[in-house]
Design a protein around this ligand. Sequence first.
Ligand SMILES: [Zn+2]
Ligand SMILES: [Zn+2]
Length: 366
Amino acid sequence: MPRKAKAVLCRSHNKPVTVEEINVDPPKRGEVSVRLAACGVCHSDLSAITGTIALPLPLVLGHEGAGVVEELGEGVTELAKGDRVIFSFIYMCGKCRFCVSGRPVLCLEQGRALTTPLEGSPRVHDAKGAPLNIFSGCGAMAEYATVSAENLIQVDAKIPAECAALVGCGVTTGVGAVFNTAKVEPGSSVAVFGCGGVGLSVIQGARIAGAERIIAIDTLEAKLAMAKRFGATDVLLAGEDPVKALKKLTGGGPDYAFECVGSGELAAAAYRAIRRGGLAVVVGVAKPSDATSIRTMTLPFEEKTLTGSYFGSCVPRVDFPRMLALYLKGELKLEELITRRYRIDEAPQAFADLEAGRNARGVILF
Ligand SMILES: [Zn+2]
Ligand SMILES: [Zn+2]
């Protein structure tokens, strides 16, 4: 029998989300039903609402989820009822050249599990029985979700769900960009453009990696104050020429720069700012039409690198436990990222706060 659950839906672009009662089917072969405990409100959810990330509607939002295993489908042996799990929004086939070479975020099958469970038919329906799509194989902004077992990573039961949830997207995206994509070295200098949940995670990743200088750049004073609490050694209010300021602060440019906003202009600024031989990493997701322009000649003459990082170039089964180990050691701040907690009925407010830049992270608690 399907279970009734409250869920946060996007029914039309650029309209407030709705909170509705939906029906969640029990798990089929290879699937698991999870009772959600917490779900982060991520900028990618907002991008689905605005249409920047083109996912079919109506859509059950949410991918930064944590909860408890409620029911197992046939053939699922790696999890048990009562296990605590985090959702992973990337699907890993485990067989393609990217999966076998340790880069599952680039899995060739990625698109297949984007809006429905892998097997293909929707597991959730609205009150009238119409099928619903789910965000990136998750649909975690709901009291219950039925997803592929591959999308779930087991975690230590003593970790609070609201903290575990954040590791499922924003934290891993930021810290992973530092550890896995850039491989930031101790004693280096790092610039971070944009201090939302991901930018703050880049900042704390750089602190843990032993960066000597961490320079945060944002348009909001409040975010710069937060950046300092997460490990920024210097802050710059955006507006003036940040490239000039960064070159001056670091005596020629930082070793690394991270763009965490999703702007071609800022990606170019990050590239211009880095020293010769430096590395600029684009983490933010820009609009499809956005483009970046750099002086081509600087590529050979200055041996600079401009690259991207998707989901922290992570391997969820390796990196999620690694992030949580750093949290348990007191090095990775997770509670501190949570600006505000919401009930599911307050989801429209949660998105309004995210859009206004009021939160490092908002979390819906179930
Ligand atoms: Zn694959
Ligand atoms: Zn996300």
